[in-house]
Design a protein around this ligand. Structure first.
Ligand code: GLN
Length: 240
C-alpha cells in the first residue's frame, strides 16, 4: 500500500541554517515516517523554482550577511508564501528568517532589509547581543526550550500576536516578555537549539495541521518521546 505523502519545504538551507536548525527538518521527516506518512523533502535555495505543492515550510537563522544573500530571492517568492500563509499552511521560521517574514530588519550597519510582511513585526539591529539558553511558555505547547543568539530586537506591530511568553532569557527583545510572533499557522521564533527535537509538541502541531488540511484527519500511534523528555529536563536547567 502506498503511504500518503506530505511535502516539506526547507527555505534556504545553504545560507540560513545555524545553531542546528537543520535538526528541525530531521524531526519533521522522522516523525512523519513514524506516523505512517511518506515525507517528500524539498531544499529551496536562491534561484530555485518554487514548487506549486507544499504542506509544511520551515526555515532557519543566519548571519546578517546570509540574510542579505537570500533577501532579493525571498522578496520574489514572498507573494507565494503569503498566499500559502493565508491558506493556513503551517510554517516555522527561526531567527533570521523570522525577522525577514516581518516588515523589515534594520541592520547594525544601517541597511534596511524589507521583509515579506507575513508577520506584523519589525526588527532593529542593536549593540546588545541576546544570547543563551531560553525557556518560554505557550498555552498549548507548554514550556518551549531552546537557545537564542541575535542582535536584532523585534517588536510586535498592532496586528501581530506573540507566539510565546518568556520565562528565562530575552526572546524578541530586551524590553517586553514576548517571544516570536504568529499569524494563522505561521510561527516565527528566535529559538534555535534546534527547537523541534526538544519540543515535539510543536513538531506535532506542524504535522497535525498539515495532515488534517490535506487528508481530513490524523490518526497515529503514540510516539515514545522519552529521550526528548530527558533532553528537555536537562536543557531547561542549564544556566543562561
Ligand atoms: N543576523 C540576525 C541577528 O543577529 C539573525 C541571527 C540568527 O539568525 N541567529 O539578529
Amino acid at each position: 500500500m502506498t503511504k500518503p505523502t506530505i511535502t516539506v519545504l526547507q527555505l534556504y538551507p545553504k545560507d540560513m541554517n545555524i545553531y542546528g536548525d537543520y535538526g528541525n527538518l530531521l524531526v519533521i521527516q522522522r516523525r512523519l515516517e513514524w506516523y505512517g506518512y511518506e515525507p517528500t523533502i524539498i531544499h529551496y535555495n536562491v534561484g530555485d523554482v518554487f514548487p506549486s505543492d507544499v504542506d509544511i515550510i520551515i526555515g532557519g537563522g543566519g548571519q546578517d550577511s546570509g540574510q542579505e544573500v537570500i533577501h532579493a530571492d525571498l522578496l520574489k517568492i514572498g507573494p507565494k508564501l503569503k498566499i500559502l500563509a493565508e491558506k493556513n499552511v503551517p510554517m516555522l521560521l527561526v531567527c533570521g528568517l523570522y525577522q525577514l517574514f516581518g516588515n523589515f530588519f534594520k541592520t547594525l550597519n544601517g541597511k534596511t532589509l524589507r521583509g515579506i510582511g507575513i508577520l506584523d513585526v519589525e526588527t532593529i539591529g542593536t549593540h546588545e547581543r541576546l544570547i543563551g539558553n531560553i525557556v518560554t511558555n505557550h498555552p498549548d505547547f507548554g514550556d518551549i526550550i531552546g537557545y537564542e543568539n541575535h542582535s536584532g530586537q523585534t517588536f510586535l506591530g498592532q496586528h501581530a500576536e506573540p507566539f510565546a511568553t518568556v520565562i528565562k532569557g530575552a526572546g524578541n527583545n530586551s524590553k517586553d516578555s514576548h517571544e516570536g510572533a504568529r499569524f494563522k499557522n505561521v510561527i516565527g521564533t528566535y529559538l534555535h537549539g534546534s527547537i523541534l527535537p526538544k519540543n515535539p509538541k510543536l513538531a506535532d502541531f506542524l504535522i497535525h495541521t498539515a495532515v488534517t488540511k490535506k487528508y481530513g484527519d490524523f490518526s497515529t500511534d503514540i510516539i515514545d518521546d522519552h529521550f526528548a523528555d530527558m533532553a528537555r529536563a536537562i536543557a531547561s536547567e542549564r544556566p543562561r
